[in-house]
Ligand binder design. Sequence first.
Ligand SMILES: Nc1ncnc2c1ncn2[C@@H]1O[C@H](COP(=O)(O)OP(=O)(O)OP(=O)(O)O)[C@@H](O)[C@H]1O
Length: 282
Amino acid sequence: MEKLVELKNINKVYANKNVLNNISLTINKNQILAILGGNGTGKSTLLRIISGIERPSSGEINYPNKNIKIGYVPERFSKNIRFTPSEYLYYIGMMSGSAKDYLTKRIDDLLLLFELDKMKNHRIMELSKGNIQKVGLIQAILNRPNLLILDEPLSGLDSEAQEELVKILVELKQQGTTILLTYHESNIFESIVEDTFYLHDGSISETASSEKESIKLLIVRNVNKSIFKEWDGIFHVEEKGNQLYLYVTVKSSDVILSRVLQLEGSIEAVSTVTLDDMERML
Ligand SMILES: Nc1ncnc2c1ncn2[C@@H]1O[C@H](COP(=O)(O)OP(=O)(O)OP(=O)(O)O)[C@@H](O)[C@H]1O
């Protein structure tokens, strides 16, 4: 498999807060990948680092193809742009060196595809949130990127536009684009995402696609919360009264349970939950 991006031991610290902690990750060509995690876990930060608009505090990021084109759609696209979508997209395209005729046609095609053709002479600042978000998407795919990065792209889109977006992403993938995105709740992306990375407490773990929905919730007692910091396979630990709620991967749950017993802890309950359940409970 051809490597597109390789992250090695990436750390990001904001004002003494360690947001990303030793992240190593390889993104291969022609995949649709998701990065999931609760609020404030550093998903946007990681996406900005991969897209090259933010630098890590330490660590290495390599792009084996030096001519890689990366399109990035931020969570909230700037809403105060005084240009019309056509003007704005034209400037963006010119800056990346596209030829004039090609660009004019490509912009018209994309405005039509996203049903923004009727809005093309309105200023971006006058458009609805969903339509502004679409302009953000178009600017990212304008020059046919090898890697398209989307930060919560569904926010602000109605269900029709969401379905349209999914179709477009599948098409882009078929044309060879790698797609990396993040989303919050369980949604239509689940049907197209091939691999998922989970961010938790600054670290990343990969759960096989078949397991991505299943997480074990272990409720234990008489063990100290701090011991779990070093253990593998744990997404989250929460203290509720004298109980600890451990959210763990299916694969590691047996090992974790037997270690808890060895430490003379007691097991109160074991159940299977989905990522959604976990996010709701946190
Ligand atoms: N420029 C910045 N300066 C200081 N702190 C920042 C900056 N950007 C992000 N942070 C902090 O880093 C942490 C991770 O933020 P980030 O936006 O990457 O998380 P997220 O997982 O995308 O969150 P959400 O799901 O809420 O969008 C948060 O605590 C945030 O406050």
